[in-house]
Design a protein around this ligand. Structure first.
Ligand SMILES: *[C@@H]1O[C@H](CO)[C@@H](O)[C@H](O)[C@H]1NC(C)=O
Length: 162
């Protein structure tokens, strides 16, 4: 019985440590995590509410709401963005799109092969875009998507007029 109690206390202690670790990693900055994985901290905006990193490498970033920002082109973050985080890459991304010639294309992979090149690669399926890492030095501010909806509506109206 005593042994069982000790075991139980032990287990509870481990649980407590795990819980406090989990919460501390959540309050720790996603931006620091990215940097520790060889990615620029500006890859995700300021407005991150929380994130989770699973043992299998899946990173889930949760924003307050879907929002729009701009690096070279405009980029749309869904409320939840997921991808597989490895050193120097975020692969199989879901929840991120980039505007190319008035089309919103999902970003699939984000890769920094060689930081000394000063380049970051966005794989948007139809094309590989090489962007300057300097665009990602600081986490950008990301604005709610409502702005975009208005903009798209205007564009459509404009196109109908042509
Ligand atoms: C990793 O684990 C999470 C949580 O169980 C799961 O949702 C995700 O699909 C897994 N990712 C991979 C690449 O297996």
């Amino acid at each position: 019985m005593a042994y069982f109690t000790i075991k139980l206390v032990h287990l509870l202690t481990i649980l407590c440590i795990c819980v406090s670790r989990a919460s501390s990693s959540e309050s720790g900055s996603i931006h620091d995590l990215l940097v520790s994985r060889g990615l620029p901290k500006g890859l995700v905006p300021e407005e991150v509410k929380s994130y989770r990193l699973w043992d299998n490498g899946t990173l889930e970033v949760i924003l307050e709401e879907p929002c729009l920002t701009k690096y070279e082109n405009r980029v749309l973050f869904d409320r939840v963005v997921r991808g597989n985080l490895r050193y120097g890459s975020l692969m199989g991304v879901v929840g991120l799109s980039q505007e190319e010639l008035f089309l919103w294309l999902p970003v699939k992979d984000i890769i920094v092969d060689d930081p000394t090149s000063g380049l970051i690669l966005f794989d948007i399926g139809v094309a590989h875009k090489q962007l300057s890492l300097s665009l990602f030095e600081q986490p950008p501010h990301c604005k709610p998507q409502g702005i975009l909806k208005n903009h798209v509506r205007k564009q459509k109206g404009f196109e109908a007029m042509r």
